[in-house]
Every structure is written in structure tokens, then in C-alpha cells.
Design a protein around this ligand. Structure first.
Ligand SMILES: Cc1cc2nc3c(=O)[nH]c(=O)nc-3n(C[C@H](O)[C@H](O)[C@H](O)COP(=O)(O)OP(=O)(O)OC[C@H]3O[C@@H](n4cnc5c(N)ncnc54)[C@H](O)[C@@H]3O)c2cc1C
Length: 465
């Protein structure tokens, strides 16, 4: 047992179960401090997540207390500056789990070199992923660009590797303090009222994540393959924010699910597979974080239209399924996957607005925002990603609504103005002639673009590239 302090650098790892770096710290040290580096600037762009992180810190602090481990939050401008300061001290060893984003991995390299040169003991562990992305490559050593063969290989590779290590956290002798200047978690809670609604919906803790998984397995996984497409029912797990912030490890999900024999299991695990694939993509092709994966889209004639963008963001496009989705996003910090595809397609194909704008707005509002899934999701929708939906396949928001929200339950939940509109008009309220039912243009907007005209324009724009 080492006499010095063991530090655990907490990023997206708000869990005790399958937290390899934290377990290693408590194995080697009597005194362990967990620290979180809070960058205010980062949350200017990820505003909803600020609430989730503050809540998670509060809950995790309580959990860690049971192990006599102190959680310290340090406000920093950059990680580099924070570590330059930290490295002036020498009486510690440090442990962390990987975060699979190119900037984090690059910083891991820098930090490893610096710590080694200063002879400070450190160890980096596998993060919240099934396979390290470098483990899954084609026979010729190049990365997969298509999901199906990627997942065939990845699934087999992981199931042959199981059981992976499950280390336990040891209880420390007493609580220890390390950083001189810390901030209270209260300082992180956002001031805006926006988040009050989240309180009623989400409970960001490891305990809730495990409960949600159990609930999903007991009630929903069986019908997942079909039910996952219908936004008006609970057909998916809603685990995404917990996965993003590491309240649950994907290995735990895998282990719990592979014991089951339902059809839904394979489909559900394949979606976890898409997350793995997306992480592989952004690390092998990091240019796609800010640019089109497919370079031919660099010449696409995107349109800049602030009014259209605002109408889309506020859920006032006049297309009920699109507006319902955008309002669900703002009210809950989450949106159903089918509707993410519909609203995304509407922005890039009906309004011809660059997917980057959509990606930015989702980043601001999503509690589950993560670089890999958001950038890849948007490029899939726009048609410029790897293994993406072809650009010319344009979602018709009326037909999508009729198919996946037949009776308009989802629409009525999020658009109170349409609550009393009869089913036959719910996806086309512009056909209502009786102002007593709906005063179009006053109660609810006229469609900002005509579907057929917008479709023709989109196809025309596509021809140019
Ligand atoms: C434009 C667009 C943007 C997106 N942005 C994000 C994002 O920022 N963060 C995010 O986690 N997901 C994103 N997704 C993927 C997907 O919509 C969400 O993961 C899913 O809706 C989360 O709900 P759930 O937990 O109930 O999913 P479930 O259906 O229960 O799936 C279980 C888990 O598998 C993963 N998963 C499911 N679907 C996908 C998918 N299509 N791609 C990758 N992983 C998936 C998630 O981790 C999810 O929690 C985006 C999709 C689109 C089309």
C-alpha cells in the first residue's frame, strides 16, 4: 500500500461498478481523492449537460463518502493549465479512465509523457466502451467504414473476451483533502429556469441507471425491435444520458442483456454497437468532427436562413411531427431516435441548412450529447457520413408522422395547440378549414415550406455535387 495520495481524475465516470481506475486507486492507496475539473466554457455550448453534471456530482459525492473518499471540484480554464499547476506537487499517484474523443486521447498522450518525465506514478484504464476502437479493424488493418461488418467483428471479439475485469472499490481509512482551491457543486447548477422540468424527469445517478436498465429488461426489451420506432410509447431504454456520463458501463448492459433470449436483445445490443462504431469513426477520421466525412459535400449549396433555423429550434415549422420533436428536446433534454432522424432530415433537406447548425443546437440541448453519436448521427441524416442514409432519400414528415405516430399521441403530448385536432388532420393541420378547430397562422403556424417544393429544391441542390 502506497503512503502517498491516490488521485482519480473523474470525467464521464460517475459510477462505482466497473470503474477500473477508481478501483485501482483504492487498491494501492489508503487515501484517495476524486477530482473533477470544471471548465465553465465547455458548458456554454453544452448547456443542458451542465445540469446533469451538477446533479451527478452531488449524487456521486454521497456515494463516494461511503468509501471515505472525498470529491473535490476544481474550476479551470484548460486541462493543460490545471495539470501544469497540479504537477508542481509530487506526493501523489494518479489514475483515470479513457474518454474516447480525439482531444482527450491526445491529452492522455501529453499527460503520460509529462508524468513519466516527472516520475509520477499513473495508470490509464479502458473507459466506457466494449472494445478499444483499435482492436476492431478489417483484415488489411484499416478501419471499418460500414456498420454491419464492423459490428459482426466487434460483437464476436467482445463475446470471446468476456468476462472482462470487474474490480471492486475498497473503503479508505479516512477522508483526505488534496486541492487548495475548490468550488462547491452549487456553483455549477445553471441559473436558468429551463432546467426545472428536467428535475421531474431525470435522476442522474448510478442507482437510477441500474434501475432503468432493469425496468427496460423486465418490460420493454422483448418488443424493442418494433416498439423502438414509435415515439408515442415507451419503446426504448432512455439510458443514453446515463451511458454518456458513465453512470452505467456498456459492459454491464451487455452482461445483463446477453442472459436473455428475446429477439429484441440483438437489436438493442446492435444499437450499442452503433455507439461503438461512431466512436471508432471519429477517432479514425477526426476531420469529421467539424467537416463533412464525405468531401464531396464540401461543395453543397447550403442556405443561411436565420428565420427558418429559429422556427426549427422553437418547434414552429408548421409540421407537427417536427415541432413535437423539437419541443420534446427543449422540455426534456432528450428526443426519440426516430424523431431525431425526422427533424434532422427536415433541417438539412427541407430547409437546406447545414447539418453543423443542427449538431450545434443538439449539443446545447441534449443531456446525452456526445461527440461521436451526435456528429455521426447528423452526418448520417445529411447523407455526408460514413454508411449514411443517401441524400436523395428525403423523409416526408407527413408520412413519417402517419406511420410512426398514427393517432398523433406524441404530437398532442408536445403541442397543446393541436390537442383537439381530429386524427385525420393531426399530420396536416393546414387542411383544417374550420377556425373553431384550429385558427391556422394564429394558433399554430402555417408550414414554413411546402413539402413537394422543398423536396424538389433539395434534389436539385444535390445534383450540383
Ligand atoms: C441527428 C442525431 C443526433 C444524435 N445525437 C446523439 C447524441 O448526441 N448522443 C447519443 O447518445 N445519441 C445520439 N443519437 C443516437 C440516438 O438517437 C440516441 O442514442 C437514442 O435516441 C437514445 O435513446 P435511448 O437511450 O432510449 O436509446 P435505445 O434505443 O434504448 O438504445 C440504447 C443505447 O444505444 C445507443 N444508441 C441507440 N441508438 C443509437 C444510434 N442511432 N447511434 C448511436 N448510438 C445509439 C445509445 O447509447 C442508447 O442509449 C443521435 C441520433 C441522430 C439521428
Amino acid at each position: 500500500m502506497s503512503k502517498n495520495i491516490g488521485l482519480f481524475w473523474l470525467k464521464d465516470d460517475f459510477r462505482i461498478k466497473k470503474n477500473l481506475a477508481l478501483a485501482e486507486a483504492t487498491k494501492n492507496h489508503d487515501k484517495v481523492v476524486v477530482f473533477y475539473l470544471y471548465k465553465n466554457k465547455k458548458f456554454e455550448y453544452q448547456q443542458a449537460q451542465k445540469w446533469w453534471v451538477a446533479k451527478s456530482l452531488d449524487n456521486f459525492e454521497k456515494q463516494l463518502s461511503k468509501f471515505n473518499i472525498n470529491l473535490e471540484v476544481v474550476e479551470v480554464r484548460s486541462y493543460k493549465q490545471a495539470f501544469d499547476q497540479l504537477l508542481k506537487k509530487k506526493d501523489f499517484s494518479i489514475y483515470w479512465n479513457k474518454t474516447y474523443e480525439p482531444d482527450y486521447l491526445k491529452f492522455d498522450d501529453y499527460l503520460s509523457k509529462t508524468l513519466s518525465s516527472k516520475k509520477i506514478k499513473f495508470k490509464i484504464f479502458k473507459g466506457n466502451i466494449l472494445n478499444e476502437f483499435n482492436e476492431i479493424k478489417k483484415g488489411d488493418g484499416t478501419p471499418f467504414k460500414v456498420f454491419t461488418p464492423f459490428w459482426r467483428n466487434a460483437e464476436r471479439f467482445f463475446s470471446e473476451k468476456i468476462p472482462s475485469l470487474e474490480k471492486k472499490i475498497n473503503k479508505c481509512k479516512r477522508k483526505t483533502y488534496f486541492f487548495k482551491k475548490t468550488i462547491t457543486i452549487n456553483k455549477i447548477y445553471p441559473k436558468k429556469k429551463w432546467f426545472e422540468k428536467f428535475e421531474k424527469i431525470w435522476s442522474p445517478s448510478e442507482e437510477s441507471a441500474l434501475k432503468e436498465l432493469k425496468n427496460f429488461i423486465n418490460h420493454n426489451i422483448k418488443n424493442y425491435s418494433e416498439a423502438r420506432n414509435f415515439p408515442g410509447i415507451v419503446g426504448t431504454s432512455k439510458l443514453s444520458p446515463f451511458i454518456k456520463h458513465g453512470q452505467i458501463h456498456v459492459e454491464t448492459i451487455w452482461e445483463e442483456c446477453t442472459q436473455l433470449k428475446h429477439n429484441g436483445v440483438n437489436k438493442f445490443l446492435a444499437e450499442i454497437g452503433w455507439r461503438e462504431f461512431n466512436h471508432s469513426l471519429i477517432n479514425h477520421f477526426p476531420h469529421m468532427l467539424e467537416n463533412n466525412y464525405s468531401k464531396k459535400f464540401d461543395k453543397f449549396p447550403w442556405v443561411k436562413n436565420a428565420n427558418y433555423l429559429l422556427a426549427w429550434q422553437k418547434g414552429l415549422t408548421g409540421y407537427p411531427i417536427v415541432d413535437a420533436g423539437m419541443r420534446e428536446l427543449y422540455s426534456t433534454g432528450w428526443m426519440h431516435n426516430r424523431v431525431r432522424m425526422i427533424v434532422g432530415s427536415f433541417l438539412v433537406k427541407h430547409l437546406l441548412i447545414n447539418w453543423i447548425e443542427g449538431e450545434k443546437y443538439f449539443k446545447k440541448c441534449l443531456l446525452d450529447y456526445n461527440q461521436a453519436n451526435n456528429v455521426s448521427g447528423w452526418q448520417w441524416v445529411a447523407g455526408c457520413g460514413a454508411d449514411a442514409a443517401p441524400y436523395f432519400r428525403i423523409f416526408n414528415p407527413i408520412l413519417q408522422g402517419e406511420k410512426f405516430d398514427k393517432n398523433g399521441d406524441y404530437i398532442r403530448e408536445w403541442i397543446p395547440e393541436l390537442k383537439f385536432v381530429p386524427n385525420k388532420f393531426i399530420h396536416k393541420p393546414w387542411e383544417i378549414k374550420d377556425k373553431k378547430i384550429l385558427d391556422l397562422g394564429k394558433d399554430y403556424p402555417n408550414p414554413i415550406v411546402n413539402h413537394e417544393t422543398a423536396r424538389a429544391k433539395a434534389l436539385n441542390a444535390f445534383k450540383k455535387i
